[in-house]
Design a protein around this ligand. Structure first.
Ligand code: AFP
Length: 280
């Protein structure tokens, strides 16, 4: 596992440099989810693939930008699922974006997720790595990642980060969002889940929601590459997750590599409040 984390450090440095100096623009292709691929998405995917191919313990890789699972070493133990550049459409407005990694042992099942990590490319380059607890690392002047602190969510926070088109929200989601604002929560939503979830985690609590909408009942965020890796980090930080009805996002069944789900990640108070409103 340690060699995978070391490799993620190298990947983060390479993608961070690529973001600074590579020309922006679109390719002629669409990925599985139907997004036109940005050149930076494709480049980041290539950087990650090249690094992971060097690691014997990785059995296979699967990314948001690939149609299917790609075998690496049949004797390997881990399947690494990743979103190479989450929020990539925000690079041209110079917002923070990130890379997300989920490390599954043997099979792509929620209970087999044994570690996850993300890199955030903002004014600083940071990594959050999580096996038993999420740990924050920052790229320092000596060109190495320095451990900063363990991350923990408070029982209740102050930030409310909710995505998807409001015109398609359910009545219950509207009620929940209003309730939090009435309780003086502050709105935070950049359009890159890595940045929004990182802010909530660093500031101690709150909630990030990507609900179902009338036009997208399965919402937008991808279970294998985005949702489960962050659910792992949030639950290990002492927070909770749900799809609106479940007791944890880990109750989901993976039927298809690119499937999506409504998802909510947050402090205990906010998730329990949401579940209550969604149930009533
Ligand atoms: P891109 O990678 O296409 O920029 O999408 C980002 C993202 O998957 C996630 O990071 C955001 O939270 C979410 O989409 C934003 O979607 P909405 O604009 O529909 O709220």
């Amino acid at each position: 596992m340690n060699e995978i984390f070391k490799s993620i450090e190298k990947i983060a440095i390479k993608i961070s440099n690529a973001l600074k100096y590579t020309e922006l623009g679109y390719t002629d292709h669409k990925n599985q989810t139907g997004d036109v691929q940005l050149k930076l998405d494709v480049l980041s995917d290539k950087i990650i693939e090249e690094e992971f191919k060097k690691i014997d313990s990785i059995k296979a890789i699967i990314s948001e930008e690939k149609d299917d699972i790609q075998d690496i070493n049949l004797d390997g133990k881990y399947i690494v699922a990743y979103d190479p550049l989450d929020g990539s459409s925000l690079v041209d407005v110079n917002f923070a974006v990130g890379s997300i990694f989920g490390i599954y042992e043997h099979e792509l099942k929620p209970k087999n997720l044994v570690a996850s990590a993300y890199a955030i490319y903002g004014p600083r380059l940071e990594l959050v790595i999580c096996i038993d607890k999420p740990q924050l690392y920052r790229f320092a002047e000596n060109k190495e990642f320095k451990f900063i602190k363990d991350l923990k969510l408070a029982e209740k926070g102050k930030l409310n980060s909710t995505g998807a088109s409001q015109w398609g929200w359910s009545q219950k989601h509207r009620e929940f969002v209003k309730k939090l604002f009435d309780e003086k929560y502050r709105l935070r939503y950049s359009g890159a889940m890595v940045a929004d979830l990182h802010q909530i985690l660093l500031k101690g609590g709150g909630i990030f929601s990507y609900p179902a909408t009338t036009d997208a009942p399965k919402a937008k965020l991808r279970v294998v590459f985005e949702v489960l890796p962050f659910a792992y980090i949030y639950e290990k930080a002492g927070g909770k997750t749900t799809d609106g009805n479940s007791n944890s996002l880990f109750e989901i069944e993976i039927k298809e590599v690119h499937q999506t789900t409504p998802c909510f990640f947050g402090s205990s108070y906010e998730i329990e409040t949401l579940k209550k409103i969604y149930k009533d």
